[in-house]
Design a protein around this ligand. Structure first.
Ligand SMILES: *[C@@H]1O[C@H](CO)[C@@H](O)[C@H](O)[C@H]1NC(C)=O
Ligand SMILES: *[C@@H]1O[C@H](CO)[C@@H](O)[C@H](O)[C@H]1NC(C)=O
Ligand SMILES: *[C@@H]1O[C@H](CO)[C@@H](O)[C@H](O)[C@H]1NC(C)=O
Ligand SMILES: *[C@@H]1O[C@H](CO)[C@@H](O)[C@H](O)[C@H]1NC(C)=O
Length: 629
């Protein structure tokens, strides 16, 4: 009986001509194999955490035994997906057999970073919803923290075929950057909710969200970063039923604004019109608070009302609501004016606007699910949870205009913790290209200890420029042996690695060259060769001396050689002495000359011609000499 009575009420959108539900999308780009390169749309699942504003690159994996992912993947706990890829794993599963959310939960537990569900029929993309209360006995839906999306059948079959062929990694990029418009420095968002807390899992979800998100919401609102508006869905009573008992008990303003009976039993307990009236009060709280530029008070009112005036505890009443208004110092009379007379046969300004807003315009689509969050006119998909929602809000700001709350540690997604986010990392120095941000993790070669790294960030990063060798040998080969450290990094090169002398390799791996066995050295007659680390030793036969430059042996103790050496040394000494003598002689002579000249000039006039000559040759000395005059 109650079902047929409930059917009397119509949600506005159900009778609106353009009624439509918008499927929110992300894009998927196939990066490899090359012949599959393409771009596709995917419908964002309405649970888990989509990486609004971000993107994710990963390798596709598929499980033939558990293709629906309805069973846990615990048979091979260590590596449930057979792949060699170090990238993040994106699991592709088939639609059917169990709830979407359960597939995603199983995949998350097996280490998947995201899930794509292949549709099992040819149809336009649909939004995957989370199941109702009874299906979530373990509460796993709240624990889903990875994104998921539905893709159309043909694209899914193509991907699966490529993964199963296993010729090369199927690498795809999930991209949510266009899923959330970010036109300017302020985000407008609205939350479609309900004052009633007795509607099961949905009501609990929205109340928990309001409580958890209140802090963030108020910081954003007070800072002028966001403009938030609460909304409430209302129904209306079709004209022939306006005078029926059902519409009278569920509606206010003569059947214009209605809500279904919260307990779904007419006559006893709370009635639909109690809920509509409380919804109206909450709307008026926002409107009145907004007039004095304190719109964030709505969050205080709603959380306090929920705690103090819970319907579950039978304290849902006008009196209780007014106590909350008083404690928050809100103007009760103004709010009463705003609410108007619920018995009057007239439109209510506030609720009329709500009914109009319910019908979708532009990109938003109709609001048919409670609760619904709309950000920058796009319906939010994903779980209604503080961090997930804040991330989506943050993605709604024009880049670089995000408020500080978006850049705080609280917003880190911690994706780098798992498999380093699929980014490059140097295992020795722990330097990583993975950076957590609210837009999801990015793989970007870092600047570490003042040294710039360059590369693609996924597979490779290399230290670049000055100082690079000081840190982990610039990523080049380095080894210490026998108290000696050798490295393939050279500060005189801006980049790259080169094995040192005596070694061969690509610079990341260097091996000692065995000069002896390769015939590179010690080729002299009867020599014995011994390889060492980075070099070699060569011993000549008998008493001969090894000359490395020439790779030959010479006599060491023979008299001939001794004489030769002695003569050589003697020759050198003699020539040095001779040179010194010549030099000394010359300097002394010229000094004496000028000195004698100076003395002589004091006693006898020198002829001018001679004088000129001296001036030309010994200018400095002469002057010095003459200064004594
Ligand atoms: C993974 O590595 C093994 C051995 O290194 C190789 O036999 C196998 O083909 C690789 N699989 C893929 C999918 O690359
Ligand atoms: C709140 O006030 C601002 C101006 O201060 C106005 O632009 C906005 O429309 C108001 N919001 C509502 C829901 O009345
Ligand atoms: C609220 O802010 C608007 C614009 O920011 C301003 O015009 C208005 O005077 C303010 N109202 C109050 C009560 O402060
Ligand atoms: C590298 O970082 C990881 C995680 O932060 C840590 O567990 C590990 O001990 C670090 N290793 C070194 C050598 O610092």
């Amino acid at each position: 009986m109650s079902r047929s009575l409930l059917g009397v009420l119509f949600c506005v959108v159900l009778v609106s001509v353009n009624g439509r539900f918008v499927v929110e999308k992300e894009s998927i780009r196939v990066l490899s194999p090359y012949k599959l390169r393409s771009k596709h749309d995917a419908a964002i699942g309405n649970f888990g955490v989509p990486e609004y504003g971000g993107s994710m690159v990963g390798s596709m994996v598929y499980s033939h035994q558990n293709s629906y992912a309805c069973k846990p993947f615990d048979e091979e706990k260590k590596q449930p997906f057979k792949t060699n890829s170090t990238r993040l794993h994106i699991l592709i599963v088939d639609r059917g057999e169990c709830f979407f959310a359960l597939k995603v939960w199983n995949a998350q537990q097996a280490g998947a970073a995201a899930v794509l569900v292949t549709d099992d029929r040819d149809e336009p993309l649909i939004t995957m919803e989370s199941p109702g209360e009874s299906a979530d006995a373990d509460g796993y839906i709240d624990k889903i923290g990875i994104p998921s999306a539905l893709i159309d059948r043909s694209f899914g079959e193509t991907l699966k075929a490529a993964v199963q062929k296993a010729e090369e990694d199927v690498v795809i990029k999930l991209d949510w950057r266009e899923s959330m418009p970010n036109p300017d420095q302020r985000v407008e968002y609205e939350f479609w909710t309900n004052s009633n807390d007795e509607c099961g899992i949905r009501c609990d979800e929205q109340m928990n969200f309001v409580k958890d998100f209140k802090g963030h919401a108020q910081i954003l609102e007070k800072g002028g970063y966001t403009m938030f508006t609460p909304h409430y869905i209302t129904w209306f009573c079709p004209a022939p039923f306006i005078l029926s008992d059902q519409c009278k008990s569920q509606c206010i303003n003569h059947g214009r604004y209605c809500a279904p009976d919260p307990e779904k039993n007419f006559g006893t307990g709370y009635q639909g019109k109690d809920v509509v009236f409380e919804n109206l009060r909450q709307l008026c709280v926002h409107r009145v608070a907004n007039e004095s530029n304190k719109s964030w008070v709505w969050w205080d009112f709603v959380t306090d009302f929920h705690i103090r005036c819970s319907m579950k505890e039978k304290r849902y009443s006008k009196e209780c609501a007014e106590d909350v208004l008083k404690s928050l110092n809100l103007p009760i009379e103004k709010i009463k004016d705003c609410m108007g007379d619920p018995e009057a046969d007239v439109e209510n300004d506030v609720l009329k606007i709500e009914q109009d807003r319910q019908v979708g315009r532009g990109s938003r689509g109709d609001v048919t699910i409670l609760p619904t969050l709309v950000i920058n006119d796009v319906q939010y998909r994903g779980k209604l949870e503080r961090t997930a929602v804040l991330k989506a809000l943050c993605a709604g700001f024009q880049e670089t205009t995000e408020p500080p709350i978006c850049l705080s540690g609280d917003m880190e997604t911690n994706q780098c913790l798992e498999r380093n986010g699929g980014c490059w990392r140097d295992s020795k120095s722990n330097i990583t290209a993975c950076k957590d941000t609210f837009r999801g993790r990015v793989c970007e070669c870092p600047v570490a200890n003042g040294v710039q790294y360059k590369g693609d960030g996924y597979m490779s990063c290399e230290a670049f420029g000055p100082g690079r060798c000081a840190i982990n040998s610039g990523g080049c080969w380095s080894e210490t042996k026998y108290g000696q450290t050798l490295s393939a990094c050279s500060d005189s090169d801006i980049t790259g690695c080169r094995c040192p002398h005596g070694f061969q390799g690509d610079g990341h791996k260097c091996e000692d060259i065995n000069e002896c066995s390769e015939g590179l050295a010690c080729q002299c007659e009867g020599c014995s060769c011994k390889n060492t680390w980075g070099g070699y030793g060569c011993k000549c036969k008998g008493e001969k001396l090894y000359i490395m430059e020439q790779d030959t042996c010479i006599e060491r103790n023979s008299t001939k050689f001794g004489w030769f050496l002695a003569l050589l040394i003697l020759g050198a000494v003699v020539s040095a002495a001779f040179a010194g003598y010549i030099f000394y002689k010359y300097r002394f002579r010229s000094y004496m000359d000028s000195e004698v000249m100076a003395i002589m000039s004091q006693y006898m006039p020198l002829d001018s011609q001679h004088h000129n000559q001296v001036t030309q040759h010994e200018n400095g000395s002469l002057r010095q000499g003459s200064s004594g005059v």
